[in-house]
Design a protein around this ligand. Structure first.
Ligand code: UD1
Length: 420
């Protein structure tokens, strides 16, 4: 296992190019299962999660190739509707092969993904939506076994206790694209990644309206064709580099970003007194004089993303005053709090709230990454801490950030990879 070793205190400066969105790419790869025709996906980030999804596609009947950011997938002659535990358990997004397999083969057996460090993470909304489309689903031996005589469009409400669900909306939208008749999903997830999947399905011949809003209407078609699609830029990676610029009091030009996807983050940072200059697909982020504390509540899109919670917390750790961070999507997503406190932060957790009292300086320490975005928060803290920080278990980071250490080093950070 590798760890990242960071010498803190360098102001980051220069340009960074944002990669394609992981969370847009993974469901789009699942969508290739809806057709036998060749599919091309461009601007794909080279990540551990991308490779996991490619392995799953190969098992499920695709010859999938990944070269210089371009993935091609075409039928490999295998017909299989079983996605096993070993593959699905490592990555939750793989559960969204269920909808496409069911629509294409009328049956599917997909391992339940299980919980993870950020919380329980149920799949009831996925199952509710697919059942509404006319499938029978049972859970046996840790697997979700689904069958249908033919999917039929339905009018459904997909909101849950914590709001809409990104992957459940994806799963149901993909299945509905090949169902007979019209499906209306109320309380659909509005995330840009869901809209990007819809755009890709439309290229395949699907009839979809309302994506990007809470009501999506899908008129089923008999068959879908191959596609050529470029995934949207990763808004969470872009947001992470925005914080990298601020936390080090640097000046980073972030390229290949869609600022419209980051409005809640931009708004909060502006409230904190940050200067953000946008020009086309580039954004320059710097601090005018000092930053003010802010209160942040994570919410479904267009609210503040839960995937940016740990990073903004790292910034608030060194912002004088009291900030309150409230997590409304995953109330237990606070594993990074104890690690940040080990670096000298003053954070107190109270249920779904974290109360952050800004300190003058963090000090470098050995810390452990617990999940993907928590790891990013710890790396950011390490960039500004006095002395050396080593972040272990960085395989979490590799699941979602393409070349993070190389990109940070390109901006001047003193960061290196070492064997643990
Ligand atoms: C996606 C993102 C993840 C992000 C999350 C929330 C991908 C690959 N992952 O995950 O990075 O953190 O959205 O923005 O796109 N829920 C239920 N029942 C369900 C499904 C979800 O109650 O059947 C709950 C979850 O526990 C959570 C909330 O709904 O509280 C939102 O989860 P969801 O949007 O489904 O997250 P993912 O799609 O798994």
């Amino acid at each position: 296992m590798d760890k990242l070793v960071i010498e803190g205190g360098v102001r980051l400066k220069g340009e960074v190019e944002i990669s394609g969105s992981k969370n847009a790419l993974l469901p789009i790869l699942a969508a290739t299962l809806l057709t036998d025709e060749p599919c091309v996906v461009r601007h794909c980030p080279s990540l551990r999660d991308t490779n996991t999804m490619l392995k799953i596609l190969r098992v499920l009947g695709k010859a999938a190739d990944f070269d210089k950011g371009v993935i091609t997938a075409a039928a490999n002659g295998v017909t299989n509707h079983v996605a096993d535990y070993k593959l699905v358990s490592t990555m939750r997004a793989s559960f969204c092969v269920l909808g496409p397999l069911l629509a294409k083969h009328k049956e599917a057996k997909v391992s339940l993904p299980g919980g993870c460090i950020i919380g329980v993470r149920p799949v009831d909304l996925h199952l509710k939506g697919l059942r509404a489309l006319g499938s029978e689903i049972s859970v046996e031996g840790g697997y979700c076994i689904a069958r249908t005589r033919g999917l039929r469009g339905a009018h459904m409400y997909l909101g849950g206790e914590y709001g809409s669900s990104v992957l459940a909306t994806d799963n149901v939208m993909m299945a509905a694209a090949l169902a007979k008749g019209t499906t209306i999903i109320e309380s659909a997830a509005c995330e840009p990644e869901v809209a990007d999947l819809a755009e890709c399905l439309i290229k395949m011949g699907a009839k979809i309206k309302g994506h990007g809003t809470p009501t999506i209407e899908i008129e089923g078609v008999k068959r879908l064709k191959g596609f050529d699609h470029t995934v949207i830029p990763d808004r969470i990676e872009a947001g992470t580099f925005m914080i990298a610029s601020l936390i080090t009091r640097g000046d980073i030009l972030i390229k290949n970003v869609n600022p419209r996807h980051l409005m809640s983050v931009i708004d909060k940072l502006q409230e904190a007194g940050v200067q953000i200059r946008m020009s086309g697909s580039s954004m320059r982020v710097s601090i005018k004089s000092h930053i003010r504390p802010i209160n942040v509540t994570t919410l479904p899109y267009p609210g503040f993303p839960t995937d940016m919670q740990a990073q903004v917390m790292a910034l608030m750790c060194i912002t004088p005053g009291i900030s309150v961070i409230t997590e409304k999507i995953y109330p237990d997503r606070f594993m990074h709090v104890a690690e940040l406190n080990r670096m000298g932060a003053h954070i107190q957790r109270e249920g779904p709230h974290a109360i952050v009292e800004g300190v003058k300086q963090l000090s470098g320490a050995p810390v452990m990454a617990s999940d993907l975005r928590a790891s990013a928060g710890l790396v950011l803290a390490g960039l500004v801490a006095k002395g050396t920080t080593s972040v272990s278990r960085i395989y979490h980071l590799e699941r979602g950030y393409e070349n993070m250490e190389r990109k940070l080093a390109g901006l001047g950070a003193k960061i290196r990879r070492e064997k643990e």
